[in-house]
Write a protein that binds this ligand. Structure first.
Ligand code: S3P
Length: 194
C-alpha cells in the first residue's frame, strides 16, 4: 500500500497570477522566513523579509527601534515599508507578526496578492521563540503568557488570510509542500506544465 501525504505537492510548477506576490503572516516563531525562503525558490521569486527591510530603513535593529523610539514608531515604519515593498512587484514577503493586524496593511496585502497564514499552536511557538532572542514583545514578562494573549488577539484576524497552513511539527519541508499544494489549489493561482 502506498501512503499519500495529506496534501501531496502538485506535479507541475506552481506560479502566482502575473504581478502578484505571496505574503506570509503568522506569529513569531511560526516559520515565516524559513518557509518563505524555500517557497520563493520554488516560485522563482525574490524573498523579502519585512523586518529586515524595516531595520535597513531605520538603520538599527527591531529591538533598538522598540527601545529607542517605541512600538508605535515601529508600527508606522512597518506599515510604510510593507506598502513600499508590495509596490515593487512580485515577491515572497515574510511579514512581522503584528503587520497583518494593521487594516491598511491588510488592504495592501489583499491587493498585492495571496496571503498565507502559518498557524501554529502555543507550545510550538514557545519552543521556537525560546531559541532566538531579539523579539522585544517577548523580552519582558512571561513569553508563554504573552504568546497566549497574542494568539487570542490575532488569530481571529489572521483567519482572514487566503490560505491557512497548520504548523503542527518542526518539519519545514512539509510546510513548504502544504503551502505549494494550497497555492496550486487556490482558484487564482495557476498550475502550469514544467
Ligand atoms: C512582532 C513580530 C516580530 C517583529 C516585532 C514585532 C509582533 O517579527 O516584527 O518584534 O508584533 O508579533 P517576527 O514575527 O518575524 O518575529
Amino acid at each position: 500500500m502506498t501512503l499519500m501525504p495529506e496534501n501531496p505537492p502538485p506535479s507541475g510548477k506552481v506560479r502566482l497570477p502575473p504581478g502578484k506576490s505571496l505574503v506570509l503572516i503568522g506569529l513569531m516563531g511560526a516559520g515565516k522566513s524559513s518557509v518563505g525562503r524555500r517557497v520563493a525558490k520554488i516560485l522563482n521569486l525574490p524573498f523579502v523579509d519585512a523586518d529586515e527591510e524595516v531595520e535597513r530603513a531605520a538603520g538599527c535593529s527591531v529591538e533598538d527601534i522598540f527601545r529607542l523610539y517605541g512600538e508605535d514608531a515601529f508600527r508606522d515604519g512597518e506599515e510604510r515599508v510593507i506598502a513600499r515593498l508590495l509596490e515593487a512587484g512580485p515577491q515572497v514577503l515574510a511579514t512581522g507578526g503584528g503587520a497583518f493586524m494593521n487594516p491598511r496593511t491588510r488592504e495592501h496585502i489583499r491587493k498585492a496578492g495571496v496571503s498565507a497564514w502559518l498557524r501554529a499552536d502555543l507550545d510550538l511557538l514557545v519552543r521556537r521563540t525560546s531559541r532566538r532572542g531579539g523579539r522585544p514583545l517577548l523580552a519582558h514578562g512571561n513569553p508563554r503568557e504573552t504568546l497566549e494573549r497574542l494568539i487570542e488577539e490575532r488569530y481571529p484576524i489572521y483567519a482572514e488570510a487566503d490560505i491557512v497552513i497548520d504548523t503542527t511539527d518542526e518539519n519545514i519541508e512539509l510546510m513548504v509542500d502544504r503551502l505549494v499544494a494550497a497555492l496550486a489549489n487556490l482558484g487564482n493561482a495557476a498550475e502550469v506544465a514544467s
